[in-house]
Every structure is written in C-alpha cells, then in structure tokens.
Design a protein. Structure first.
Length: 277
C-alpha cells in the first residue's frame, strides 16, 4: 500500500514537472503573439506595439526570455500587492534597470547614427558623472529630484545611488528616457514617479521671462517640450538660469530641433532654419 502510494506521489510530481517544463518551453520558444498576450494585463501593450514602428520586434528582444521576464514581473506585481493598487498594472513600465541599460545596445543595432550621436553627448554619459560628481555634490546636496532627469530608471533613492559602485554602467539618459517602444508616437518622456511615459506633445511648459520680466516667446513643438522638461529654468522662470537653454535674440521662438540634432548636443542647423552659420 505504501509502495503504491509512493509511486502515485512520484507520478504526480513528475507529471506536474513535465507540464510545467512544457509550458515553460512553450513560453520560451513559441511566438509572443501566442504566449505573452495570454496574460490579460499586457494585451494593451501588445495591441499598441502592433501599430508602432517596432511591430516586428520580438517581445524577448527587450524583455528577455520567460524566466528573466517572470522574475521582473513578480517584483512588479509584488509592489502592487503591497500597495493594493492594481489599476496601473496595464500601463506601468516593467523593465528592470539592468534591462534598460542593455536596451541601448539593442536600439543601436538599428539606429546606429542616432546611437553614435547620443553616445558623444551629455545624455550618453554614465549616471555616475552626475550623481557622484564630488565637486558638484559638495556645493549642492543631491536630492531625489536629481534622479528625475539623471537617474530615471535607477532603483532606490538618491542616498542609495550616490553610494553605488556600478553607476558607470548605467547611462544617465538612456534611449527609453525619451522614447517609448509600445507606441505609434515614440517621442515620450519617462516619469520616474509615475513609472509611465507621457507623450511629448502633451507635456507642459514653464513660462520663461527675461531678467527685466519680459515674457519670452517659446516654440511649443513636441521636441522642445521634451527637452525643456529637464533643461528647465529656476523657480522664477528666468531665462538662462539653472539649466535653461531658451534662445533669445534672433533665435527667440525657435525650437530646439531647429538647430540641434535630437540625439546629440552639437548645434548644426539640422533643419536649416538657424540664423547662426
């Protein structure tokens, strides 16, 4: 009797393992259109990416294989269990900081010219160059607000990240800071607080004035709205203060992309409108 029971238990365990391994193999090797979308919370993402420029990119190219994605999504789900808020599961960003850093190399496989421009710009510098700059930090104590632009995808607060030893491997402004894969309009700004990307064309703009209080005319195009979200003036909105780059004089009212390439820093009249030759 005991022997028969033991055989039954072993058979059940083997059966469960076989089913589990079979399901795992299917999710690992089958088409994402047949597997990933089985989970209801990502159907919306699948529908959006199907109409985007990245419609032919395999889910695993960004999210990794089944086990890798499972681990990240278990952590993601656990956050909502703790907060009892499941309303954002559908849209919340769900790549780990490691995956975000790895995404840049994947983007560069197709977008080679843009990647080269980005790498040579301040956006391509490692997060350590900003968050762990000893001279800067001695003059201005870093806060969590610094990570709004210089550490969007880093896990932990500013105190944790200032003390890290691996920030040289994490770009300050990775591709996903300004672009969203699951969208037909990929120009979007990632919000660290909301864990969500917002379309650039709908971003608000700070009112900018000269030192004598004259309102400055600004371009309201999507690219400029994206840029000034980080390149902002001080609380008073004074032109040229803090990290503000609002053009004055002959260039007043022009957009950032009228003179700058989107992925680099050099002003080269990329649209041919810049009056400075």
């Amino acid at each position: 009797m005991k022997k028969a029971f033991l055989i039954l238990v072993v058979a059940v365990v083997v059966g469960v393992m076989a089913v589990g391994l079979g399901a795992l193999a299917r999710f690992e090797f089958d088409s994402p259109s047949k597997t990933c979308v089985l989970c209801h919370e990502i159907k919306g993402s699948q529908e959006r990416v199907a109409t985007s420029p990245h419609k032919d990119v395999d889910c695993k190219a960004c999210h990794g294989g089944t086990l890798e994605a499972l681990g990240d999504n278990v952590k993601r789900f656990a956050r909502h269990v703790q907060g009892a808020d499941f309303s954002k599961l559908e849209n919340e960003f769900c790549l780990s900081e490691r995956q975000v850093a790895e995404m840049n190399a994947r983007c560069a496989e197709c977008h080679q010219a843009e990647a080269a421009q980005w790498a040579a710009s301040g956006h391509g510098k490692p997060a350590a160059a900003f968050l762990q700059d000893e001279k800067h930090n001695a003059a201005w104590k870093p806060t969590d607000n610094c990570m709004r632009c210089h550490g969007m995808f880093l896990e932990g607060d500013i105190e944790v990240n200032v003390a890290r030893t691996d920030l040289d491997t994490h770009p300050a402004m990775p591709c996903l800071a300004c672009h969203k894969m699951h969208a037909d309009d990929s120009l979007q700004l990632y919000s660290r607080i909301d864990r969500f990307s917002f379309p650039a064309k709908g971003l608000g703009m700070q009112t900018i004035v000269t030192k004598d209080g004259r309102p400055v005319k600004r371009s309201g195009d999507a690219y400029t709205r994206l840029c000034v979200s980080c390149h902002a003036a001080n609380a008073e909105g004074i032109a040229g203060s803090s990290d503000d780059r609002t053009p004055l004089g002959a260039q007043e009212g022009m957009g950032c992309m009228d003179c700058h390439k989107g992925h680099g820093r050099k002003a080269d009249a990329s649209r041919g409108r810049c009056p400075v030759k």
